[in-house]
Design a protein around this ligand. Structure first.
Ligand code: DX5
Ligand code: ZN
Length: 245
């Protein structure tokens, strides 16, 4: 639980007519990772962009490219996204029946491997691949569109997955409907990596993006502060205030 909070703006909410400038702006605004939402109009009911766009924007920033593949089948395209410059390649557990094979393929290409779960998918879907992954992405909306409302039901799933991860070096990412208002609850549940699209690209200047990212980060970090009931209170002795540590 001591991992630092990372903020990953989703470029799905960027102005595509000025995509290069938008990447530079979120880089300067303090984004930790760049979240790239790839949609195929089949696994999800929307089409976004593919490997060629990722390849084109790759030279514009040194930030980690966090590529979220909402496509099925996924295996035939993993290599193209790896070659385009993805650092983390995340596939959906629901995208096919051979999740273990997809994860082996990603690591075999020298990339970090992630698994994403749709809201209705239980956490048991990752139980037997925990040693093959670097990241779990919990969808906190139904995948396909930006700007949807956060699903509170996913907080319990985040909590359970945090328990399953234990000491493993696996990032726990939440994606969809994240704002400065719910970031504390998401981090308190155990997420350490927060994707945000519309909440980051609100406003139209780099200064707006920077304050949006900072607000989400501050809220998330505050959410990680131990709650009062978790703090041990030393017994009071006469004439002494309680010592809280
Ligand atoms: C949804 C995507 C998310 C989404 C985030 O399918 O995976 O990354 O675009 O956007 P907001 O923060 O607007 O929900
Ligand atoms: Zn995403």
């Amino acid at each position: 639980m001591s991992r630092e909070i990372l903020i990953a703006p989703s470029i799905l909410a960027a102005n595509f007519a000025r995509l290069g400038e938008e990447i530079a702006a979120i880089d300067a605004a303090g984004a930790d990772w760049i979240h790239c939402d790839v949609m195929d109009g089949h696994f999800v009911p929307n089409i976004s962009f593919g490997a060629d766009i990722i390849k084109a924007i790759r030279p514009l920033t040194k930030r980690i490219f966090d590529v979220h593949l909402m496509i099925a089948p996924v295996d035939p395209y993993i290599e193209a996204f790896a070659k385009a410059g993805a650092d983390v390649v995340t596939v959906h557990a629901e995208a096919g029946v051979h999740l273990d094979r997809s994860l082996q393929a990603i690591r075999g290409l020298g990339k970090k491997a992630g698994v994403s779960l749709c809201p209705a998918t239980p956490e048991q879907a990752i139980e037997y691949v925990l040693d093959r992954i670097d990241l779990v992405l919990v969808m906190t909306v139904n995948p396909g569109f930006g700007g949807q409302s956060f699903l509170e039901s996913q907080l319990e799933k985040i909590r359970r997955i945090r328990g399953m991860i234990g000491d493993r070096p696996i990032r726990l990412e939440a994606d969809g409907g994240i704002t400065r208002d719910n970031a504390a609850a998401v981090a308190a549940a155990g997420a350490d990596t927060l994707v945000a699209g519309s909440a980051v690209f609100r406003g139209n200047s780099g200064a707006d993006y920077a304050s949006n990212i900072a607000a989400i980060r501050i809220a998330a970090e505050a959410g990680r502060v131990p709650k009062l009931q978790d703090i041990s209170v030393q017994p009071m002795r006469a004439g002494e205030d309680a010592l809280v540590r």
